[in-house]
Design a protein around this ligand. Structure first.
Ligand code: COA
Length: 532
């Protein structure tokens, strides 16, 4: 065994300070999560219950197997926007009749469950996850369709929702729709494009146009039930495969559908999962509040992987990036973790080699971010930092094994790309409350702007106002700082959620399990040209 040692002193003032900063950030995170859980707020939730209906998360709770966890994704979607936190949609991975499924549920307490631009992004991300990992999709539908005032943002791209459902089906991935209420216009294509549909007596309403629209279009008088009720769709149109008498019955029937899917995971034998030797609780005290202070990512790895057992690859070469092999909840993983923040040529080349090795052996990769980017300066440019960084980015971009990314601290500049940032399609990406991500640090960015403005004034022969410059720098710094924070980025769907560091092992374990629903096959070649 190659058990990692620890040098973390849990009695030190640094540990206490790091921990207290993290605990403060976790409290802010909890407040934001509480907003998502509150949905449309007291008034609408009470009205919904009075109608004898279950809230979205209770529907999910009844759908998944008893005592199994639900990994909710993007709970902070729309944070910092004009729309409700959570974006009127709940998405996540849960186990139904022993099958890991991608579950989505409209939250009808938020503007009638209508979809705004963030809802669309969240739903499309859920579909991506289902596709990449071959997870059956269960849609719990009750929505007013497009959020009409924002229709210009969602109508045209929104067609992808229905395209995805049929492409999932074409790829042999099962899709199930359970309609709890309104599913009008475009929304009607959710049951329309799903492999299996369940509708509920006197509750489901599935029509292209409701009675007022029909009256306007053709003059025909109609009512909800005859146009799109469950009874009609089950007996007459054939759109409903299953007729349920109430919500509980509908959920029971959805579970029976999944039980009969004959769905098998590509890999089930993940091996024994020994817990780490060190307490996960200590993950709260590792990352400093000031990200300029370095920390040893091996302290994190030691609290994430099975038995804290880690075989380092090339420890003496490019030591600012830790690379090595471990198991996590029994699944093999290759880990790349930033140590000193900066990526030099050696680190980049080491990463490119390590990623190729993982692809040869079909081993998923875990990227633990704390990087300020690739090294700049004459010496490094002359030493080929661009071509070496490009090698790493080439390897990450063309690697075919599943990638998981966790933003622990800084994730700046091209370092974010090389470490498999969002644009490099990691299967899952989570952020710790301590993380920050931007093109560069706020001070550096404000400084660069100031230097450029000064040079521009000099070129025009104009005087430079130093006082205004200081004010502008402070303002820019503040703005960039706010835009680098994980809740802001999560609101924009740039991650799959902000998580408590103590939950990292559990979250990654659930992701790895979901990932192994599809075969894990690395690239044997197929990389771009590596410039040597
Ligand atoms: N866009 C924007 N806001 C919407 C909306 C939509 N598509 N659907 C509902 N809302 C708003 C309502 O204006 C209301 O806001 P308010 O409480 O501030 O007045 C809130 O959401 C709740 O709607 P309400 O009608 O009170 O809820 P309900 O549960 O009784 O009915 C619907 C829900 C979805 C059946 C009903 O609102 C409806 O028919 N909406 C329009 C559906 C439609 O035709 N959509 C176009 C599809 S492309």
């Amino acid at each position: 065994m190659t058990v990692l040692p620890t040098a973390l002193d849990t009695n030190s003032p640094e540990y206490a300070a790091n921990r207290s900063t993290m605990v403060e950030k976790l409290a802010e995170l909890e407040t934001a999560h509480a907003q998502a859980l509150a949905g449309g707020g007291e008034k609408y939730v009470t009205r919904h219950r009075k109608r004898g209906k279950l809230p979205a998360r209770e529907r999910i709770e009844l759908l998944v197997d008893p005592d199994t966890p639900f990994l909710e994704l993007s709970p902070l979607a729309a944070w910092g926007s004009d729309y409700a936190v959570g974006a009127s949609l709940v998405t996540g991975i849960g186990v139904v009749e022993g099958v890991e499924c991608l579950i989505t549920a409209n939250d009808p307490t938020v503007r009638g469950g209508a979809s705004n631009p963030w809802t669309l992004k969240k739903a499309l991300r859920a579909n991506e996850i289902a596709f990449a990992n071959r997870l059956p999709v269960i849609s719990l539908v009750e929505s007013g369709g497009a959020d009409l005032p924002s229709q210009k943002e969602i109508f045209i791209p929104g067609g992808a929702l229905f395209r995805d459902l049929t492409r999932l089906s074409a790829a042999g991935i099962p899709t199930v729709a359970v309609v709890f209420g309104n599913s009008t216009a475009g929304g009607a294509y959710v049951p329309g494009m799903s492999d299996h549909t369940v509708m509920i007596k006197e509750q489901s309403k599935v029509f292209l146009g409701g009675p007022p629209l029909v009256k306007m279009a053709t003059g025909e008088e109609s009512d909800d039930e005859s146009l799109g009720g469950a009874e009609m769709h089950a007996r007459t149109s054939g759109l409903a495969d299953h007729f349920a008498v109430d919500e509980h019955d509908a959920i029971r029937q959805a579970r029976r559908i999944v039980a009969r899917l004959n769905w098998r995971k590509a890999q089930t034998d993940q091996g024994p999962a020994e817990p780490p030797k060190y307490d996960e609780e200590e993950l709260l005290g590792i990352v400093p509040g000031d990200l300029k202070a370095p920390f040893d990512p091996r302290e994190v790895i030691a609290r994430l992987v099975d038995g804290s057992d880690f075989d380092t690859f090339k420890p003496l070469y490019g030591p600012s990036l830790v690379t090595g092999w471990a198991r996590l909840h029994g699944y093999p993983v290759g880990i790349l973790a930033n140590a000193q923040g900066v990526l030099f040529s050696e680190e980049s080349q080491k990463a490119a080699q390590f990623i190729q090795l993982a692809n040869q052996r079909d081993i998923p990769l875990l990227f633990l971010h704390n990087t300020t980017g690739y090294m700049v300066g004459k010496e490094y440019e002359q030493g080929g930092i661009i071509k070496h960084g490009a090698m790493m980015i080439n390897a990450v971009a063309n690697s075919k094994v599943p990638h998981l990314s966790v933003l622990m601290g800084a994730s700046y500049g091209a370092g974010h790309y090389g470490m498999c940032g969002r644009a490099y399609d990691p299967r899952f990406l989570f952020a710790w409350p301590s993380s920050k991500s931007a093109v560069m640090g706020p001070q550096q960015l404000a400084g660069v702007l100031s230097i450029v403005a000064r040079a521009s004034a000099a070129a025009k022969g104009q005087p430079y106002d130093d006082e205004a410059d200081a004010g502008l720098r402070a303002m820019v710094e503040q703005q960039i700082e706010a835009e680098s924070l994980p809740m802001f980025l999560s609101g924009r769907l740039y991650d799959d959620g902000v998580i408590d560091p103590r939950d990292t092992r559990t979250v990654l374990g659930m992701c790895l399990s979901a990932i192994h629903t599809a075969p894990v096959e690395g690239a044997r070649g197929g990389f771009g040209v590596f410039r040597m």
